[in-house]
Ligand binder design. Structure first.
Ligand code: ADP
Length: 417
């Protein structure tokens, strides 16, 4: 593995980023907890002092918390509303608890509230007609002073503004760093595969060019005119190699173009058998060369289908060519059937198979399964990418079943309109 140190650095960076975010969030949580406790301590202090200083009750105060925002202070004595308002306002100022609260005094003997009012910090509000919404719902068998802070969460968060802002900025900065990192890795990945691609192209073109060079040297000899058989033979070689090169260039251009422009489909009714026959005829020289055994199975319903014949033909050429390239003694089954109103065309071989870990990358441009010597089997890593694009253009799916040394099956699913 050439990039081991880089990978380790990237993995460590990712881990550090994750840890920083984790610690920052757990700190934030701690600070929130601390502020909640602080809030509670302030309210309890206010209630205790209220009871001892203003109501004149001694002894331990009993305080219930029916919910997070409300408190019930058990009372044995009653107090006038004006005094209570002034007292609570003073105590809140003393404790610097600057948030609105609702107060009510409940008399259990009369089963009603003796008074209710609202305190809004900064405002000298006399809004005693306001009915604290929570107080209504709590009839008890004991008398109590009800105090509730509807804006408690807002108050706590307002005290944490800077913390939250700095956490958000930190997470944003780290997220951007991650995006840059991922981008950098992608670039490296693409550059690596492009390099392999160029190597493969050079290699692919080198052999025909060398053959043509020799042939043209022979054709250049003066005495060649006296040997018509030889002349014909070498002219034939030049011709077939030129055709081969031309075909290769066209295929590469077509595949590269499919990257720039969306594939435009021309859907027609296709005779599936004819389509498969055309493909095998095109690949006949390679089939013979590899001494491949090809079987074709087309179910009755799949004999006539809809799709873009030209593109599907090219996709099949790529799949079958791969089966021929990546099998030692190729036995290939081409089958077509209709399942759930979708045409399923599959190409199955008995070849070298594809290790499971490489399957997710197969359809990426320039991707070739690393097999030691990349020039062993020629290719540009564009075929499957093109096949996927053809299938996508048909709004279909492509699946792969493969096991190492046992063979591979590619299944194209093309929805039928
Ligand atoms: P290539 O030009 O390299 O064949 P493809 O995009 O057609 O590019 O295929 C990508 C890679 O997938 C190939 O390099 C090969 O390793 C693997 N592959 C594709 N088809 C098969 C198959 N039928 N059997 C084994 N491996 C395959």
């Amino acid at each position: 593995m050439k990039n081991r140190p880089l990978r380790i650095i990237i993995a460590i960076t990712g881990l550090i980023i994750a840890l920083i975010i984790f610690f920052q969030l757990s700190w934030l949580k701690k600070v929130v907890n601390y502020e909640e406790k602080e809030f509670n301590v302030k309210v309890v202090t206010i209630l205790n002092e209220f009871k001892t200083q203003y109501v004149g009750e001694r002894g331990r105060s009993v305080i219930d918390r029916p919910d997070e925002t409300s408190y019930l202070l058990h009372m044995h004595e009653f107090i006038d509303s004006t005094v209570a308002r002034r007292a609570i306002r003073l105590l809140m100022d003393k404790e610097q608890l600057n948030t609105a609260c609702e107060v009510a005094l409940y008399d259990s003997a009369a089963a009603r509230y003796l008074f209710r009012f609202r305190i809004i910090p900064g405002k000298n509000s006399n809004d005693s007609s306001a009915h604290p919404p929570y107080a209504k719902a709590i009839p008890k068998e004991f008398s109590y002073l009800f105090i509730s802070f509807p804006n408690r969460s807002k108050y706590i968060f307002s005290r944490l503004e800077n913390w939250i802002l700095s956490t958000a900025l930190l997470i944003l900065a780290l997220a951007m760093l991650l995006v840059l990192l991922v981008n950098f890795l992608r670039q490296r990945y693409v550059i690596r595969f492009q390099r392999d691609f160029v190597n493969n192209i050079v290699h692919e073109f080198k052999t025909p060019l060398a053959v043509m060079k020799i042939a043209s040297e022979v054709l250049n000899k003066e005495r060649i005119a006296e040997q018509p058989d030889r002349l014909k033979k070498y002219a034939g070689i030049v011709n077939s190699q030129t055709n081969h090169l031309e075909q290769q260039v066209q295929r590469i251009l077509q595949m590269m173009r499919s990257d720039k422009y969306d594939i435009e489909l021309e859907r027609t009714v296709i005779d599936t058998r004819e389509l498969v026959n055309q493909v095998t005829t095109k690949l006949q020289p390679l089939i013979e060369d590899r001494q491949a055994v090809i079987s074709i199975h087309i179910s009755k319903e799949a004999e006539q289908v809809t799709g873009d014949a030209a593109h599907l033909e090219l996709a099949l050429v790529n799949l079958i060519e791969n089966s021929l390239k990546y099998s030692k003694q190729p036995e290939i089954l081409i089958s077509a059937s209709i399942v759930d109103r979708k045409l399923q065309i599959s190409v199955k071989d008995n070849g070298i198979g594809i290790p499971r870990k490489y399957i997710p990358m197969l359809f990426e441009k320039f991707y070739r399964v690393p097999s030691g010597d990349i020039h062993n089997v020629k290719g540009f890593g564009l075929g499957l990418n093109f096949v996927k694009k053809v299938v996508d253009a048909h709004r279909g799916k492509i699946r792969v079943n493969s096991s190492e040394d046992a063979g591979t099956e590619f299944i194209m699913e093309i929805p039928q309109l």
